[in-house]
Design a protein around this ligand. Structure first.
Ligand code: PEP
Ligand code: MG
Length: 358
């Protein structure tokens, strides 16, 4: 249990006193959110919604959506997912009462939700009332040579706007429900993998239209924000344009590191140790932010974003958000917050205070 007492609590109080940056958490479940809150997290900086689709009825509805031949079929399946998503978000909003909650729209390539092996595809065909050939065809159509550079992030929401519509509706309805239960909620809807400002414009328009519709239906409203991850190098380079549409930026330094170095997040571990042994790299750049390269894109993104919008809220939610030297670098850029996994929140709080003192 995350309880804070004694010297630990004193150090946290001191950190609070000196920090200029606040710390949020990356959390997708009420339990993680609660742990992080006890550790002093000031909200959720990243809720990865794809983690909510992998269990029980959800994965079934998700697969129905993915295997649908047309928009109508996708919309039918999304109707089943809506109440489940709404409930997930409502619980998170209740746990984080009074604090900001950033919810990211669906990010991974869709093939992650369907089985690759023939044996399980057969079961899937039975479950869905489809022939094995139909299932195989649909799964093959989703296969990509480089899925991490493929049809994922906002590229899904731009090609299938109905997914964004469902998620935006779930978030706004959940926020209104939490408000009715007495919680203070300001949802922040975050669009992943933006590289071109038009992508964000398109997603933001969908979100604003859905919000307007829900407010009219419920005869109630709440304040909400729409922002973006900066995790594609092009987004950092064109951050002045992207900031015209965004209320906030959150640097996704996991993907930004992958795309800046051209190292696969999933495979680079195999040679990065040798690189460190040979002195080619001092650190694993996925663990410790590469300040000379990736960090310069973070600097550029922050400066360009704020040149367009001085009040732009800027944070980081990649793994580096809980690593002390990376946190200090973020503080040196004048970021508003860092976000990290629940058990790293205290480490990030101390690092933020040390950065301010130094
Ligand atoms: C990132 O890319 O840094 C990030 C936070 O998103 P994810 O790890 O989910 O791709
Ligand atoms: Mg990412």
């Amino acid at each position: 249990d995350a309880e804070m007492s004694g010297d630990f609590a004193s150090i946290m109080d001191l950190s609070e006193k000196y920090s200029k940056m606040y710390v949020r958490t990356n959390a997708d479940t009420p339990r993680d959110a609660m742990v992080a809150r006890k550790f002093g997290a000031k909200g959720i900086g990243l809720c990865r919604t794809e983690h909510m689709f992998f269990e029980g009825d959800r994965i079934k509805a998700m697969r129905e959506m993915i295997l649908s031949k047309d928009e109508e079929g996708r919309r039918e399946a999304l109707k089943k997912l809506l109440p489940m998503q709404r409930q997930d978000f409502e619980e998170l909003f209740m746990v984080m009462d009074g604090l900001g909650v950033t919810i990211r729209l669906l990010d991974p390539p869709l093939h992650e939700f369907v089985p690759h092996q023939l044996a399980t595809q057969k079961e899937l065909a039975e479950e869905m009332g489809m022939t094995i050939e139909e299932v195989k065809l649909a799964c093959d159509a989703l296969e990509e040579f480089n899925p991490m550079l493929g049809h994922r992030g906002c590229r899904l929401g731009c090609t299938y706007p109905e997914i964004t519509e469902m998620q935006a509706r779930a978030i706004i309805e959940a926020a209104l429900n939490a408000k009715a239960r007495g919680a203070k909620v300001t949802p922040e809807i975050m669009v992943p993998l933006v590289g071109v400002v038009e992508e964000l414009k398109m997603q933001a328009e969908i979100i604003h239209n859905v919000a307007k519709q829900v407010f009219a239906e419920r005869n109630d409203s709440i304040e909400y924000k729409v922002g973006t991850m900066i995790e594609v190098p092009r987004a950092a380079v064109t951050a002045d344009q992207i900031a015209t549409v965004a209320d906030f930026f959150s640097f996704g330094t996991n993907d930004l590191t992958q795309m800046t170095f051209g190292y696969s997040r999933d495979d680079a571990g195999k040679f990065l140790k040798i690189y460190q042994e040979k002195g080619i790299l001092k650190n694993d750049p996925f663990a410790i932010l590469d300040q000379q390269g990736v960090g310069q894109l973070v600097r550029m993104g922050t400066e360009k974003g704020r040149s367009t919008k001085p009040e732009l809220k800027v944070g980081i939610c990649g793994e580096h958000g809980g690593e002390p030297s990376s946190v200090k670098f973020c503080a040196s850029l004048g970021m508003d917050y860092v976000s990290c996994s629940p058990y790293r929140v205290p480490i990030a709080r101390v690092a933020a205070a040390q950065a301010a003192i130094e």
